[in-house]
Design a binder for this molecule. Structure first.
Ligand code: FAD
Length: 320
């Protein structure tokens, strides 16, 4: 968190990488190898997700502690309230505290599989705000707390038409402010592809007095099916020109990846041009697209990172 605050003050661009816990032991070891390579590019921090419904609790803890102490990267662990009585939350926090991790992304979490509404577990918390307050009250300033922000509003308040009502959006923003007022120092956003809307969200946050850094969550498009699945799940708005660009190439994996690099680069350029100095990359445990974007932006040294061909706009088909 201090690195992000410092970057904003010193006009320096910083970036970070998010990973998720792989399903197999081999997957975990492969992830560590990849992480080690990615960390050599000097991210400000790396974070590891907490599987939906607390499904990866032990593994997330283990990976987080190894990231901090073996990979030696500033680590942020995600922590959700789903299926987590307060004692389990404290066990997790004490485990990372003992391992020197000082950054937590405090989340409510989604309802467990098969449920559509979030219900607090007995002896647990009902929302991220409760978790932020708990961490502040019981751990003082030991942890730097980050929270989630939603440029298009939280999916639960997005209607059938794909948008939240202005009232729901404002309520969501006011709630985000409560999380910050309770002690969160950084906001990382949900993935988005409408950069203008993200910049409007930042402005809306500033208007209601949210002053902390707001870090854009960038998910490079790696493949078409994954993109459609993720954006469907998160109810992400996709500008028409992006769909138009993807449609003719959706079955060509290399072309989609090249477009993903192009799009990610352009989004980041627009964000950086607006004065925001932090980029958070949802890597999905893959290195090529994220590193290629950073390379295009001149943020990491030229290397043999990307063998993907540069994206070229097919003539007379569509405009991006
Ligand atoms: P909250 O901040 O509690 O908000 C949830 C919704 O409830 C919002 O609409 C909010 O406005 C509303 N709300 C809650 N309390 C109040 C109140 N008192 N007053 C008014 N409105 C209220 N999920 C995982 O399972 N694991 C992860 O590792 C993970 N990482 C994530 C990382 C990021 C950056 C983001 C953006 C999301 C992540 N998620 C993760 C998904 C997240 O858990 C879900 O989006 C979840 O549904 C909401 O979590 P939250 O912390 O935003 O919830």
């Amino acid at each position: 968190i201090e690195k992000i605050q410092e970057a904003a003050l010193n006009d320096k661009v910083v970036f970070s990488f998010e990973f998720f816990p792989p399903k197999t032991d081999d997957g975990v070891e492969n992830l560590f190898e990849r992480m080690d390579r990615m960390v050599s590019h000097n991210p400000s921090f790396c974070d590891i997700t907490w599987g939906a419904g607390g499904s990866t609790a032990d593994l997330t803890l283990d990976i987080a502690n190894r990231m901090q102490n073996q990979i030696c990267v500033e680590t942020m662990m995600h922590l959700t309230c789903t299926n987590m009585p307060v004692e389990s939350i404290d066990q997790a926090l004490n485990s990372i505290k003992g391992n020197g991790i000082q950054n937590v992304l405090a989340l409510r979490g989604d309802p467990p599989h098969g449920q559509d509404k979030f219900v607090a577990v007995e002896g647990g918390f009902a929302c991220a705000l409760d978790l932020v307050r708990h961490i502040k009250k019981n751990y003082g300033d030991f942890f730097g707390i980050t929270v989630a922000g939603y440029p298009e509003a939280h999916p639960e308040v997005i209607g059938e038409d794909g948008v939240a009502t202005p009232e729901a959006y404002q309520k969501d923003l006011a709630y985000l402010k409560e999380k910050v007022d309770a002690g969160a120092e950084v906001i990382v956003t949900q993935l988005f592809y409408d950069t203008d809307n993200f910049l409007k969200f930042v402005n809306d946050c500033r208007q209601i007095g949210i002053a902390c850094p707001i870090v854009p969550g960038i998910m490079p498009i790696n493949n078409y099916k994954g993109f459609v699945r993720m954006t469907g799940f998160c109810k992400t708005r996709i500008p028409a020109e992006i769909m138009a660009a993807l449609e003719p190439i959706k079955d060509n994996e290399e072309a989609v990846k090249a477009y993903g690099i192009h799009l990610g680069t352009e989004m980041c350029k627009q964000i950086l041009a607006s004065g925001i100095k932090t980029l958070h990359l949802y890597t999905l445990n893959m290195d090529k697209t994220a590193l290629a974007i950073l390379q295009n932006l001149g943020l990491i040294e030229e290397s043999k990172i990307s063998r993907t061909l540069p994206w070229k706009r097919p003539t007379n088909v569509f405009r991006v």
